[in-house]
Design a protein around this ligand. Structure first.
Ligand code: KG4
Ligand code: ZN
Length: 336
């Protein structure tokens, strides 16, 4: 089975062809980071315009590199939710037209399900059920992956996502957008015990996250130091932020696994590229004899292969869409 996957939910225009669910035949990612960097974050209208300009070329390249034609495909999968609405609309409308012209089934894919599926591309033995921690720029979710197409969200952020916290702290420290990777790099030469940062308590459900208190505490610390004319060691602060976020994610994920009886755990989303988060969760799983899975680095961020892979599972489960498919900015994985 050959599925084309198209992704345009944020600032990456991506397309990929996957064969038989888990084999990547091609994966093309065109990132807009350099352009959004000037503004310190993603400018939605610019993102939509760049998707519009790039999507055909990116798709053509993905087909060429896979050495297939539209005719060879079994279906066309596209991210339709959640994300920036204008950005999503470009991918949805493009995929819809392509499916119509090529007379191929159209397959809707939820972006977070796509991130989870990145693990299938890297671990041929991984099968549901398992627990997945998805941490990206927009989401921090603890998810029971009940089957390839059924999910239950058991924890989510009440405010900022983990990636947003990384990026906002990085911005306050003067690093360019997206700052998560700069914190990661600087943390390598810092002492994680230098700064005591808050582990937020969340009233109500045990498995929800809150990262805004951590962000505010870092921003206040930087302001106070600035007012007093004191220099803050950015390597030490980066290491402290990274270890605090890693501890929060690890502690909640392990507690949820023990509570719900999972011994198979996966990590996904852009923040799964973070070396501290990867090491902390991997070590905690190792200590308990849990199986731990995470995507290789190039599949942590947004890409078309994860959409093609999840699209293959959706298609096998009979999940297709007709020409009424629309983009949706906010949609829980529980509702698909
Ligand atoms: O999944 P993703 O590419 O886009 C969304 O769906 O949101 O995630 C992007 C997020 C950004 O916040 C980015 O700073 C973060 O992932 N990120 C990292 C690292 N690499 C990417 N955060 C911390 N450390 C990294 N190495
Ligand atoms: Zn994403």
């Amino acid at each position: 089975m050959l599925i084309l996957g198209i992704e345009s939910s944020c600032d990456e225009t991506a397309a990929s062809v996957c064969e038989d669910f888990r084999t990547i035949k091609s994966s093309v990612v065109s990132t807009q980071i350099e352009e959004h960097k000037k503004y310190g974050g993603v400018v939605p209208e610019i993102a939509s315009r760049r998707h519009c300009e790039n999507i055909l070329q990116v798709t053509r390249q993905a087909l060429d590199e896979a050495d297939v034609t539209l005719n060879d495909l079994d279906g066309i999968a596209v991210t339709y939710a959640p994300g920036l609405i204008g950005a999503l609309l470009v991918g949805v409308n493009f995929a819809k037209s392509l499916a119509f012209a090529a007379e191929k089934p159209l397959i809707p894919v939820h972006h977070i399900a796509g991130h989870i599926a990145a693990n299938y591309l890297c671990h041929k033995e991984l099968e549901p059920p398992y627990l997945c921690m998805v941490a990206s720029g927009a989401h921090s979710h603890l998810i029971e992956v009940l089957s390839y197409t059924k999910f239950r969200v058991i924890g989510r952020t009440r405010d900022d996502a983990a990636g947003e916290c990384f990026d906002k702290c990085a911005r306050a420290m003067g690093f360019p957008y997206p700052g998560g990777v700069h914190i990661d790099r600087n943390a390598q030469n810092g002492d994680p015990t230098s700064f005591k940062l808050p582990h937020p308590a969340v009233a109500g459900t045990e498995f929800d996250f809150s990262f805004s208190g951590l962000k505010t505490s870092v921003i206040n610390m930087l302001h106070h130091a600035d007012q007093k004319g004191e220099a803050i060691n950015k390597n030490d602060l980066s290491a402290s932020i990274q270890s605090t976020i890693s501890e929060i994610i690890t502690e909640k994920t392990i507690r949820a696994a023990e509570h719900y009886g999972y011994s198979k755990i996966a990590l996904a989303g852009g923040v799964s590229a973070n070396s501290g988060v990867r090491a902390a969760l991997s070590a905690a799983c190792g200590e308990r004899g849990f199986d731990f899975y995470m995507p290789k680095l190039e599949l942590c961020g947004d890409n078309g292969a994860m959409i093609a892979c999840q699209g293959s599972y959706n298609f096998a489960a009979g999940i297709t869409a007709d020409e009424s498919l629309n983009a949706v900015a906010t949609m829980s994985l529980d509702n698909i």
